[in-house]
Design a protein around this ligand. Structure first.
Ligand code: ATP
Ligand code: MG
Length: 304
């Protein structure tokens, strides 16, 4: 057994033996609020009567940490600077300032070849980081419609969402989008499951919904789609034609090279793809993305 394998085993054993409190089942709660006035600057001739969502998700960051979907407080600074590095090119693309410009660059799909590579973790943490940007709103869409992790974690699994918008063309996205207690962050849950999910995600209606999501924010919104694994689902492949760019999450020292190559092949060459090397124990340099996890830091310390 290698040093790293021994260290992982030790960590697993200590986790199993520890008397840590049980993880919370949800890190969010929906509350109803009175309609909020919207600043005149946010209205336009196309949408003169904008209202803020009246259903708000109260996101509990401590619960997210306990669910291991946010870095622990001790790692927060380091993680924040890594997400800042990751979001910069995404923000440039969303504002039409990338070189070359990316068509619909504000529609970003978080993808990975296999399950468990960190799409949901990255979607949540990137969304929280993007929400801090000035003049930008972020909409986190749970497009993992078969296993709606974001919706479950935020306690909005029973709310209307993406699939309802796709099934019912009379529904307007803004009537379904939930606000949140995090300024600048809104949420679109996965919605009511249907066997037709893949067909709906590949439909013309999905293109319309994606366009409306962007248009109704007056160009201020960046939309993150958390998606299912590319090689194990048809839903994520169906989504590709509606988005502008893909962020492919690769779990360091875990995802086989062949799986990454197959995922890239599946994505095709119609959309720009950025890579995030997730849970790497190597510090990123200026040339590439990376986000090392506290978990791996623990392993390398234990192995050194
Ligand atoms: N950067 C990270 N640092 C620490 N832990 C991480 C990181 N990325 C992912 N994880 C952990 O890895 C696990 C899997 O992550 P996540 O649920 O985000 O994967 P996923 O790609 O969304 O999986 P699925 O395809 O099943 O939806 C989670 O328990 C999360 O805590
Ligand atoms: Mg996920």
């Amino acid at each position: 057994m290698s040093l790293v394998e021994r260290a992982i085993k030790k960590l697993q054993e200590s986790a199993a033996n520890s008397s840590a409190p049980p993880r919370p089942s949800s890190a969010g709660r929906v509350v109803e609020v009175a309609p909020q006035p919207v600043a005149a600057a946010e209205t336009s001739p196309l949408r003169p009567h904008v209202e803020r969502p009246t259903r708000i998700v109260n996101i509990d960051k401590e619960a997210l940490r306990a669910m291991r979907l946010m870095p622990p407080t001790a790692m927060e600074r380091r993680a924040a600077s890594q997400y800042q590095r990751i979001k910069r090119p995404l923000v440039a693309a969303a504002r039409g300032k990338s070189d070359p410009p990316i068509e619909n660059g504000h529609l970003v799909m978080l993808a990975s070849a296999l399950p468990g590579e960190g799409k949901t973790f990255t979607s949540i943490n990137l969304a929280l980081s993007l929400a801090r940007e000035k003049d930008l709103e972020v909409l986190l869409v749970d497009a993992d419609v078969a296993k709606p992790h974001v919706s479950r974690v935020l306690g909005v699994e029973a709310e209307r969402g993406l699939l309802d918008l796709l099934t019912d063309s009379s529904l307007h996205p803004e009537s379904v989008i939930l606000g949140s207690n995090v300024p600048g962050l809104t949420i679109l849950p996965a919605g009511k499951h249907t066997e037709m999910a893949t067909e709906l995600l590949a439909s013309e209606r999905m293109h319309e919904v994606a366009a409306e999501l962007a248009a109704s924010s007056g160009g201020r919104r960046i939309v993150l789609f958390d998606s299912p694994p590319l090689l194990l689902s048809t839903e994520s492949q169906a989504l590709i034609s509606s988005i502008g760019q893909v962020v492919l999450i690769v779990r360091a020292e875990s995802t086989p090279r062949s799986a990454v190559l197959s995922a890239i092949e599946t994505l095709g060459d119609s959309k720009p793809i950025s890579l995030i090397l997730n849970q790497s124990s190597i510090e990123p340099d200026a040339g590439h993305y990376g986000y090392g996890s506290y978990g791996d830091a623990g392993v390398s310390e234990a192995g050194s």
